[in-house]
Design a protein around this ligand. Structure first.
Ligand SMILES: C[S@@+](CC[C@H](N)C(=O)[O-])C[C@H]1O[C@@H](n2cnc3c(N)ncnc32)[C@H](O)[C@@H]1O
Length: 361
């Protein structure tokens, strides 16, 4: 039994069971008795579903000093994913209602099944953060809280056919929202060398960005890039790193040489920087007075954007900061879920009145 599986089993033994039945269309129902806090298995890849990061901290900061029964109103989870955070919050706060949105309809079908036990308090919609202003303007109430857990879900990263991962071979796609037309292959095969280098450097932090861009432009003259394996091998060669045989899954304990280039491509395909700006602006415009924004980011650039947005807003009287420094995962969570290592949670509240801002920030 793997260490990961052992953790799952240990946690199952202590968790309150809630039936979750997630299955691909047409397949026989597969009922998994798991806790809403727990990892469930992705029926398509058979690997564990995304484990929510900093979930206890989110619940603690959302609840504040109130009793669980007095936490009510509408939570909008704008990156619903597999519904891990939302499931925990709905279970913890029985009077909380949820509008869950995500740009990935495939993931929403997993969330729909996971959140079935709470269905009378849940509504789910397919939407990007850049569409939130419209979605929230159509509501007949202002949200009491808005949660964003940025980046990609394991349900995207671990499905080879979605083309996000250097660790699995698949089409070079990376679109979270299938309504988008531009794929990662389109970028790699058409952007000029300078633009690719800037992208790899600024969005991925790849120090060998120029070398990689030059090598990719050279290689695509012979044949365009179509698969993740071809790209990850070309990046490794350009950086003078050994090619990892396979495309057959992640390895523990080492960073693949193509990690940064893949991250940069994912951010460009999904226009993550612009999306974040839109999501933050929608939160400022639509949260109720005293409404709370909780934002988890995994990328230092993204955390910087959230931090500046909130600090500038606090100076302008638009936000009251509830976390001066970001909340990070403790060693136990990092051990259980290495993805939590880079997570940063920032929380702020809309002022009750315009004079309640925080000019000291
Ligand atoms: C880290 S996962 C969220 C996981 C979720 N909190 C859970 O516990 O299962 C991020 C999710 O945000 C979605 N997402 C990323 N950018 C988005 C955007 N601009 N608009 C809507 N959804 C987005 C992704 O499709 C993905 O499902």
């Amino acid at each position: 039994m793997s260490t990961h599986q052992r953790h799952i089993n240990d946690r199952r033994a202590h968790a309150r069971p809630v039936p979750i039945h997630a299955r691909p269309a047409g397949a026989a129902p597969r009922v998994l008795t798991l806790s809403v806090f727990d990892a469930m298995t992705d029926p398509l890849s058979d690997r564990p579903v995304h484990v929510p990061v900093l979930a206890e901290e989110v619940a603690r900061l959302l609840g504040g000093r109130r009793s669980a029964d007095s936490v009510s109103g509408l939570l909008v989870d704008v990156t619903l994913g597999a519904g891990g955070h939302s499931a925990l919050l709905l279970e913890r706060f029985p009077r909380l209602r949820l509008l869950g949105t995500d740009q990935d309809p495939e993931i929403l079908s997993v969330a729909r099944e996971r959140l079935e036990p709470f269905q009378d308090r849940v509504r789910i919609e397919h939407a990007r953060m850049s569409e939130l202003t419209q979605v929230l303007a159509d509501l007949d109430e202002q949200p009491a809280a808005l949660l964003m857990d940025l980046g990609a879900s394991s349900l995207q990263l671990d499905r080879p056919e979605r083309g996000f991962s250097f660790a699995w071979d698949g089409p070079l796609d990376m679109r979270m929202d299938p309504r988008r037309s531009r794929t990662a292959a389109d970028i790699v095969n058409t952007w000029d060398e300078g633009d690719l280098a800037d992208l790899f450097f600024h969005e991925g932090g790849e120090r060998g960005a120029r070398k990689v861009a030059r090598a990719l432009v050279e290689a695509r003259r012979r044949a365009p890039f179509r698969r993740t394996r071809g790209l990850s091998e070309a990046v490794a060669i350009a950086l003078g790193k050994p090619i990892r045989s396979g495309g057959d899954g992640p390895r523990r304990g080492s960073i693949h040489p193509a990690t940064r280039v893949f991250q940069a491509l994912r951010r460009a395909v999904n226009e993550e920087a612009d999306e974040l700006e839109s999501g933050l602006a929608a939160a400022r415009e639509h949260l109720a007075p005293d409404g709370q924004l909780l934002a988890i980011s995994f990328h230092s650039g993204e955390d910087g954007v959230v931090k500046r947005f909130l600090a500038e807003g606090a100076r302008a009287g638009e936000w009251v900061l509830e976390t001066r420094r970001p909340v990070e995962a403790g060693p136990e969570e990092v051990r259980r879920n290495p993805r939590s290592r880079s997570a940063k949670l920032r929380v702020a509240r809309r002022p009750l009145s315009p004079s309640q801002g925080d000019p000291t920030v």
